[in-house]
Design a binder for this molecule. Structure first.
Ligand SMILES: *Cc1c(COP(=O)(O)O)cnc(C)c1O
Length: 378
């Protein structure tokens, strides 16, 4: 017998309402019944994105929405500024290169947030920059970037601000309109409490003009086709019907709680996780810019970080994430995003303590759980 606990930064656990919605009989998508589903999804997404902009729902993972962003607003030979402070910033660079867009890379030390002053300097230095790609929560390092500050710097320039909010949306604040985000992309399997399979992309009126003139090759992700369909409450291809029905359940839950309550819950879960790590004598990887979405923690020297994650998962059924690329074995990432509550954190911390103890790491047993409980009691 084995119970499993998922504390990874995507996929995240599914609420029972979402799972039940996916068990409903399938319906046809060119029907008034499905149009009602699409209409509800559009309204719910606008609420979560905090925008009046159009939002397109794609049958893809989050990366599909990233690719859609690049090809619909930029053309071969264009230049874009990419904020690159981890694996997911690098993905923007790779997609740009795949389509002949020249990425000007603003390298940020992994574990730190982008400096708005640096961004402004780079933007001013190259008037050819047509778009700036930034990651809301750089999931590979746990860092949250100041999107509001980026928006203030970019809004009065000819460039677009494109935000990867795949792991932050529905968990931490992102005011698409008030922060002047022209394009925001997200995915279903992180803060939105759904399985993988949906990509989302919002488009501001400023960005819509870019879409009209882009010369990039595009077919499945052509947002001109998607816009024509959206205006008729339709989709250009067969949508992921079941996932969109489930999306409405998840959006309903977020709406019922209210965005502020959802963000406050994530803040508390993150505070408890950070406090627990410190109480165990562990060091946070991003102490100054840690997100409320995922907490990255340095593996103590002399300990095998990959073994730690593997033992928690394979022996005790608690899945957290290890480090990626250059951080492999050096950090572990403890996610607290989506359908996660206080006692999920307690279980995760308790398991972490058990495995740390078994691996010979010395600390006051129970200190992590106690520190988390103290945050939750506040
Ligand atoms: C998960 C994630 C992605 C990749 O999304 P997929 O759904 O795996 O394609 C991109 N960016 C960030 C910040 C993420 O957290």
């Amino acid at each position: 017998m084995r119970k499993n606990y998922l504390l990874t930064p995507g996929p995240t656990p599914l609420p029972p309402e979402v799972r039940a919605a996916m068990a409903r009989p399938i319906i046809h998508h060119r029907t008034p019944q499905f149009q009602a589903v699409l209409k509800e999804a559009a309204e719910g997404l606008k609420f979560v994105f905090q925008t009046k902009n159009d939002i397109f729902i794609l049958a893809s993972s989050g990366t599909g929405a990233m690719e859609a962003a690049v090809i619909n607003i930029l053309s071969c030979g264009d230049t874009a500024l990419v904020v690159q402070g981890g694996k997911f910033g690098e993905r923007w660079t790779e997609i740009c290169k795949a389509y002949g867009v020249t990425p000007e890379v603003l390298d940020v030390e992994w574990g730190k947030a982008v400096s708005p002053a640096e961004l402004e300097k780079r933007l001013k230095a190259n008037p050819k920059i047509k778009a700036v790609f930034v990651t809301l929560c750089e999931t590979s390092t746990g860092v949250v970037n100041d999107i509001a500050a980026c928006g203030r710097l970019i809004k009065d320039t000819p460039a677009l601000l494109v935000v990867d909010a795949i792991s932050g949306l529905g968990a931490i604040d992102l005011k698409t309109d008030d922060w002047f985000c022209d394009v925001v992309v997200s995915g279903s399997q992180k803060g939105l409490m759904l399985p993988p399979g949906l990509g989302f992309i919002s488009v501001s009126p400023k960005a819509a003009k870019f879409i009209e003139v882009s010369k990039s090759p595009r077919y499945y992700f052509d947002l001109r086709k998607a816009k024509k369909a959206l205006d008729k409450t339709d989709t250009p291809f067969t949508p992921a019907i079941t996932l969109i029905i489930a999306l409405n359940e998840a959006l309903k839950m977020i709406k019922q709680d209210g965005l502020d309550a959802v963000f406050a819950r994530h803040r508390k879960l993150a505070d408890a996780t950070r406090a627990a790590a410190k109480a165990l004598g562990l060091e946070l990887f991003a102490p100054l810019a840690g997100s409320d979405v995922v907490t990255s923690v340095k593996v103590p020297s002399g300990l095998d970080g990959e073994k730690l994650v593997k033992t928690m998962r394979d022996t005790y059924g608690v899945t957290i994430a290890g480090g990626q690329a250059e951080l492999k074995g050096k950090i572990f990432r403890f996610a607290h995003m989506g359908f996660i509550e206080e006692f999920d954190i307690i279980i995760g911390i308790s398991c972490l303590e058990k495995v740390l103890a078994q691996m010979g790491y010395e600390f006051p047993m129970g200190a992590g759980v106690k520190a988390a409980e103290e945050i939750f009691l506040k």
